[in-house]
Design a protein around this ligand. Structure first.
Ligand SMILES: [Zn+2]
Length: 251
């Protein structure tokens, strides 16, 4: 039987390529977990993935014997865009603090890391024009470079050929710290295919503020994977950063 209620989305989990499992706090039913089948398809009846902190009218079915209901309709009345921007900015700031703590040693000054951190924190505080992610990435580049952990982006780490825009395919070998060309990729197990555009921005990181959202997301995913490899564990706050940027909508 279909039921109608109003609910606030309090938890989102990806389920399969196209579906989400969502927890709502609803007015009449209380806390309820539902599967939203196909919600991650751009043309789904939900209009794309349902985001944390969205509130709205919902139609769902739930059997008493089952814990997971099925969401059939959701019409948001409150989208929480500004809240999510603030949530993202706050988590970027916490991520910055955690990275500064993990990557630096006591009584070992790095003025350029300090400057990059201040620029980032100021941007996050003012939140101008969605620059948070590009400034976060630039901070991570500075941090990696200054602490001697910078990956190699200007040549293939194997055959040493210089990076250029005519390579047929680009790979990033996470545990071997750099990009690999197509002639060499077979020798590297731990590699990710990256787009030509992403490779070009990695090679010229000064241009990152001009990159579009999709490129920034792919760079940030790659950097967190790389940082996790360097630290031998994921930074605690990285999970939330990834969750916020990997949802389809731009923050
Ligand atoms: Zn090569």
């Amino acid at each position: 039987m279909l039921r109608k209620d109003k609910g606030i989305c309090i938890r989102t989990t990806d389920y399969s390529e196209t579906s989400q499992i969502l927890t709502f706090f609803t007015a009449d039913t209380g806390k309820l977990s539902v599967i939203a089948k196909g919600a991650k398809r751009p043309k789904s009846s939900f209009g794309g993935p349902i985001e944390l902190l969205t509130a709205g009218d919902m139609v769902f079915s739930v059997k008493d014997s089952e814990k997971l209901g099925t969401l059939t309709e959701f019409n948001p009345t409150f989208l929480g865009f500004t809240l999510r921007k603030k949530l993202f900015a706050l988590n970027c700031a916490l991520f910055t603090a955690e990275l500064l703590n993990l990557f630096t040693k006591e009584l070992d000054p790095h003025p350029s890391i300090f400057d990059a951190a201040i620029i980032l924190l100021r941007t996050l505080d003012k939140d101008p024009d969605n620059q948070a992610l590009s400034k976060l990435i630039l901070f991570e580049f500075t941090l990696l470079e200054e602490t001697g952990s910078s990956p190699v982006f200007d040549r293939c780490i194997n055959c040493k050929r210089d990076f250029d825009a005519n390579w047929k395919q680009y790979y990033f070998a996470v545990s071997d710290n750099g990009i690999v060309c197509r002639d060499c990729e077979a020798a590297f197990v731990d590699k990710r295919v990256i787009s030509r555009e992403t490779a070009a921005y990695l090679n010229k990181s000064d241009n990152i503020p001009q990159a579009d959202w999709g490129v920034l997301v792919s760079i940030q995913n790659l950097l967190i994977e790389y940082i996790t490899h360097i630290l031998e564990r994921p930074p605690r706050t990285a999970v939330t950063i990834l969750k916020l940027i990997n949802s389809k909508k731009q923050i």
